[in-house]
Structures are given as structure tokens and as C-alpha cells.
Design a protein around this ligand. Structure first.
Ligand code: COA
Ligand code: MG
Length: 291
């Protein structure tokens, strides 16, 4: 999945619009975009939407962002949505693998109650929203077979750190948020799950968005979250492997196939070893999945 579009879960109009946005996944939000007074309404609206949207043809993947474990709202959120079988849960303010296990157990209980197979729902965790979470970014490996992705957030973290800003005047993330981004990237790689880049909130700035997507791809992220449908095209474009990248990956695979047992091969004056082979395979798998 390349693009993940956030939609406030209390807005039937935006939910419908999301279906035609071209996003690979929708993140139906019960958390930060919903005021405390509207949580119950958002649960009901999101559940009703999911019930219909699930049966649509060629639909995006459907995830619900629940409220974090510290809020006391997590159980009611899951009670409302697991029954209608979203593809997964986005788990915010995650504090390491132990918190993911906790979330996993809550989902598993509801799957059993509603007759869904164990593991029917995935988890994508937001791994850098609290100060404590930064120190636990390396603990996600093996926490849950549901865990399919890690992403990161700068907004809640900047509040928690007491910061005045999280980007400089040119729009680049300041040091504490670059650290969070890197910890998410390494945490995801260590857990062998997808690394998903955070949102770009300046949603009318296409140039800035494209630059941030390209920097994310360069560093190893394979998708990015969005807050506005107008951001989806750029995200899908940048995270779709290019014809040139596919050609390069095929050449690496062919070179290793032609030299069975070789640890390294040379192509066009460059050395490639086994990690390059694995990366080439991953890229081709992504290229195939995006079709
Ligand atoms: N999902 C689906 N549709 C959306 C959307 C979204 N995230 N954001 C905007 N739209 C729709 C609008 O409803 C509008 O529809 P219309 O043309 O039928 O009237 C159209 O896209 C254009 O929207 P626009 O006028 O440019 O923006 P806006 O002022 O209505 O909304 C935001 C701006 C930021 C409030 C809105 O994009 C939003 O709610 N984003 C998601 C916020 C969120 O979930 N945050 C939590 C994660 S950080
Ligand atoms: Mg948040």
C-alpha cells in the first residue's frame, strides 16, 4: 500500500469521497480529528460506512484509527467496529511491542465474539507519538502477527516535548522529529513490517509534498499517509516503483540466477550482494501489488 488517506470518522460526506480518491487505504479516524463529544457519533457513522464500503468492488483497504490505550476509549471503539470487519486497526500512541500485544489481545477477543477468524484484522501502529515511545521503537519485532506497518507522528510528540514548532521555516523537520522518523524506519525494518511516512499537513503545497515523498522513498519508506484527497496522486506516483527501478531489480535477480551460489555479482561496474537481491525481490513484489 502506497497511500493512506485519513478521513474524520464522523463525516459521511468525506467517507464517501474517500472511496473514489484513489488511495490504497482509508484511515477512518475516531481519534484526533474527533472531538470528545462526537466520539459516539463517529463510531456509529464509521461502523455504518464500513458495513457498506466493505462490499464495494475494487475498494481501498479500510482501517479504523482507534483511540490509544491511555484514553479509556479503546474498548468502546473496538466494540463498535470489529463487528463490521475493517481490514485493520490503526493503533495510535503505541508504546512498543508490549502495547501492540495488548491491542492484539483486545482485537482477538472481539474477533472471537463476532465469529471472525483469528487474525482477520491487521494492526498498523503509530510508533513515535509519546516521548516514552521513542525509547521503545526497537521492540516491535515478534509482538503480533497482525502488525503490518509502523508509522510516525510529529504533532502529538511536539506537544509532549513542549516544543514551539516541529518544522523550520523552510518546512523541514527539526532534529527531534528527524530522530522520530529514523526510529520509525529502523523499528519497522527490525520488525520486518512496512515503514509508512507521516502526513504532510500543508495540503495545498504539491511541490513540498512531492519532495517529502521522494525523501521518504529514498530513505526506505514505502508509503505515506495523507490528510486530503488532493495528496493521493503524488503519493501513489512517487511510491510506485518506476520502470527504471523495476529494470534494475530484474537485472540484479537475473545476475544472481545466472551465478547460482554467488555471494556477490557485478552489474555495469557496480557490486551487488545478497541484501541487494532481497531488496530487488521486495521492489518487484511491491510493483506487482500496486497494479
Ligand atoms: N477525506 C475525504 N474527503 C476529503 C478529505 C479527506 N481527508 N479532506 C477534504 N475532503 C473533501 C472535502 O469534503 C471537499 O469535498 P467537496 O468538494 O465534495 O465539498 C473536497 O475534499 C475539497 O476539500 P477542501 O475544501 O479542499 O478542504 P476542506 O477545507 O473541506 O478540509 C481538512 C480540510 C483539513 C479539514 C480536511 O482535509 C480533513 O478533514 N482532513 C482529514 C483530517 C484528519 O483526519 N486528521 C487526522 C489525522 S492527522
Ligand atoms: Mg495524533
Amino acid at each position: 500500500m502506497r497511500s493512506f488517506l485519513f478521513i474524520p470518522g464522523d463525516s459521511p460526506k468525506k467517507l464517501d469521497k474517500g472511496m473514489g480518491s484513489g488511495a490504497d487505504a482509508l484511515l477512518l479516524d475516531l481519534e484526533d480529528s474527533i472531538s470528545p463529544q462526537r466520539k459516539a457519533e463517529a463510531r456509529a457513522t464509521t461502523a455504518a460506512f464500513l458495513k457498506d464500503a466493505r462490499t464495494a468492488k475494487d475498494r481501498p483497504r479500510l482501517y479504523v484509527r482507534i483511540n490509544g490505550l491511555a484514553t479509556g476509549l479503546t474498548d468502546a471503539d473496538l466494540d463498535a467496529v470489529v463487528a463490521v470487519h475493517p481490514d485493520g486497526i490503526m493503533f495510535p500512541k503505541a508504546e512498543g511491542g508490549a502495547a501492540v500485544m495488548h491491542c492484539d489481545a483486545k482485537i482477538a477477543a472481539r474477533e472471537a465474539i463476532h465469529g471472525l477468524p483469528d487474525g482477520a484484522l491487521d494492526i498498523i501502529a503509530i510508533a513515535t507519538e509519546t516521548a516514552a515511545a521513542l525509547f521503545l521503537a526497537g521492540t516491535y519485532a515478534g509482538s503480533s502477527k497482525r502488525l503490518k506497518g509502523l508509522t510516525w507522528g510529529a504533532e502529538d510528540l511536539s506537544v509532549e516535548l513542549g516544543a514551539e514548532a516541529n518544522r523550520d521555516r523552510e518546512g523541514n523537520f527539526l532534529a527531534p522529529y528527524q530522530l522520530a522518523r529514523s526510529l520509525c524506519l529502523a523499528g519497522a525494518a527490525a520488525a520486518q513490517v512496512q515503514a509508512i511516512d507521516t502526513v504532510y499537513v500543508d495540503f495545498r503545497n504539491d511541490t513540498g509534498l512531492r519532495r517529502e515523498c521522494e525523501e521518504a522513498r529514498r530513505d526506505g519508506f514505502t508509503g505515506k499517509m495523507a490528510i486530503h484527497p488532493a495528496q493521493i496522486e503524488a503519493i501513489n506516483e512517487v511510491f510506485t516503483p518506476t520502470a527504471e527501478a523495476i529494470k534494475r531489480a530484474e537485472a540484479v535477480i537475473a545476475a544472481f540466477a545466472a551465478n547460482p551460489g554467488a555471494g556477490t555479482v557485478g552489474i555495469g561496474g557496480m557490486m551487488y550482494d545478497r541484501p541487494h537481491l532481497e531488496r530487488a525481490r521486495q521492489l518487484l513484489a511491491r510493483a506487482k501489488a500496486n497494479k
